[in-house]
Unconditional design. Sequence first.
Length: 135
Amino acid sequence: MKPQLLFAVRDAGLGELYQRFFCERGYQVEVASSGLECLDRLREGDFAALILDWELLWGGGDGILEWLRQEWAYNALPVVLLTTRLASSRVSELLRPPVVPNCEKFGSLHMLLESVRLAVTPSLPAEQSTNGLVT
């Protein structure tokens, strides 16, 4: 069975890019474009990981993380946080469980893939990443 991922991203174009890229690599992918849609999908599905855009509309990354940390059924769901830049004063607060790694929002798709693989199967060694940049 393929691991199921939920990408909660503000930009529909990025959501389509992530969906295509990860489906080609053996994942089932759903995309939510707002915090409200993300919460609905989380309640309906059984996801191996959430890839969360910090700048997500209607709930934002911080709202989604707070909800995940309070809901016992979801607080162990691995979250890969997509950010442009985090304020240094917030890094330690945000990068605690369930957040595993965080990735630059417009960075390498292969680095994101590596982060997702580590989140979904943390005991497996990460594959070497290449430098395929998202444009």
